[in-house]
Design a protein around this ligand. Structure first.
Ligand code: HAM
Length: 422
């Protein structure tokens, strides 16, 4: 019986694993520059954490959560996103009291049972940040600036930053009444999901991608007339802050997000390389989530980037020969030399030096081929002759020269192999 991975999941290895490592360490460096520190939250959480945070009528909660009753009878879910868990951790660990303003970042796998297609997976990875405990519009601008700085440094330039102001929940309620009035006569032209959304939360309808619904949405009223002066001032200060940070953004009055916790600022980064699933990253402000989870009111803002989508946007570097790396490939001839070679391999590693050996290859030629593949810059060669003299041969694979040396000097030479060739 041969097993296959589940649909919408991936094994990550080789160049992809290297690309993941590269963007992850870049994220750590840039997020630290913007004052964020790491938080790792569990993949499993109480299901209710997500239904409450994301909204019971959202697609994620309605159709996409991996949820089950565990052996102790608890209703749990595998996290579909990071924000809810971060807010839980913020309150559970008293960050609101100890940090004041908490600026945290996270990276890791998320799970959504969506129909898999290019750029849409069931297990995907997000890198995200959350700043909790600030109402300042400059925090929104700083967060977006951090996102844009990271995406550019990662080599994913060419994206568009789209923004909208969704106001407060109260402002949205009066807007919803107007939306209902607008969509009511068109109810028959709406898709089945949207007819349902019309009843349960008409605002969700604005997120529909079905072409028939889109045409109606694009002619629908916008929220602007329902926004208070405070919400409008906040948003214009965010735009001002972005201008000062050199970030260009376009306003999209129809931009809504698939999660219900957003208030005021929302944004989405789209990239032409992504096709239908064109959202590379998204986020916004969520001023009521902390208090909805039982904390004191704490204005908050954050974003998340889809790592797989990010790698689809990164322009690949020109293929160049892999450079040589400092390391020793141990090559042996004969059984006694093999045993000694294995001992030296352990010695080198204990000295903090990268070392490899091919246990399967028999001939010298096939061992040298394996050495080539590692791109290590030295081969340490041992045969019966060398053993008899208590020596080893060191070959500099970059220049093709080789020299013999006493085995007793191995540790010293391993720290500065070039001393043999000077
Ligand atoms: P989101 O818009 O649901 O927001 O997801 C953010 C990003 O995750 C998307 O733009 C996309 O790149 C990636 N993503 C989402 N679903 C999939 C999938 N099925 N396959 C591949 N990539 C996917 C959030 O998750 C919010 N927590 C963002 C946030 C943080 N808002 C405030 N703070």
């Amino acid at each position: 019986m041969k097993f296959q991975r589940l649909r919408g999941t991936h094994d990550i290895f080789g160049d992809d694993a290297a690309a993941f490592q590269k963007v992850e360490s870049l994220a750590r460096e840039i997020f630290a520059r913007f004052g964020f520190s790491e938080l790792r939250t569990p993949v499993l959480e109480h299901k209710e954490l997500f239904t409450r945070a994301l909204g019971t009528e959202t697609d994620v909660v309605q159709k996409e959560m991996y949820e089950f009753t565990d052996r102790s009878g608890e209703q749990v879910a595998m996290r579909p996103e990071g924000t809810a868990g971060v807010v839980r951790a913020y309150l559970e660990n008293n960050f609101d009291k100890t940090m004041g303003l908490a600026k945290l970042y996270y990276l890791g796998p998320m799970f959504r049972s969506e129909r898999p297609q290019a750029g849409r997976l069931r297990q995907f990875h997000q890198i995200g940040v959350e700043a909790m405990g600030t109402d300042s519009p400059y925090a929104d601008a700083e967060t977006i600036h951090c996102l844009v700085t990271f995406l550019e440094a990662a080599g994913a330039g060419g994206f568009t930053v789209k923004m909208n102001n969704l106001g407060t929940f109260e402002e949205r309620d009066s807007f919803k009444a107007e939306l209902k009035k607008y969509f009511k006569p068109h109810a028959k032209a709406l898709c089945e999901d949207c007819r349902n959304r019309f009843e349960k939360n008409v605002f969700r309808l604005l997120d529909c991608k079905v072409p028939g619904c889109r045409t109606l949405i694009e002619k629908s009223p916008t929220i602007t007339a329902h926004l208070s002066e405070a919400s409008q001032t906040h948003f214009s200060k965010v735009l001002e802050g972005l201008e000062h940070s050199g970030v260009r953004a376009v306003i999209d009055p129809f931009l809504v997000r698939g999660l219900d916790y957003y208030t005021k600022t929302v944004f989405e980064i789209s990239h032409p390389r992504l096709g239908a699933q064109d959202a590379l990253a998204a986020g916004g402000r969520y001023d009521t989530l902390v208090s909805a989870f039982g904390g004191d009111r704490a204005g908050s803002v954050g974003f998340a980037i889809g790592l797989e989508r990010l790698l689809m946007c990164v322009v690949p570097e020109k293929a160049v020969d892999k450079p040589f790396e400092q390391g020793f490939f141990v090559v042996t001839l004969g059984e006694n030399a093999f045993k000694k070679g294995f001992e030296l391999l352990s010695l080198l590693r204990a000295d903090g030096v990268r070392a490899e050996m091919d246990f399967n290859a028999k001939s010298m030629k096939s061992q040298m081929r394996s050495a080539d593949k590692t791109r290590f810059n030295y081969a340490l060669i041992l045969g019966d002759d060398e053993l008899a003299k208590n020596e080893f041969v060191l070959k500099d694979l970059k220049i093709g020269q080789q020299k013999s040396a006493d085995l007793k000097r191995l540790s010293e030479i391993a720290q500065d192999p070039q001393q043999l060739f000077r």
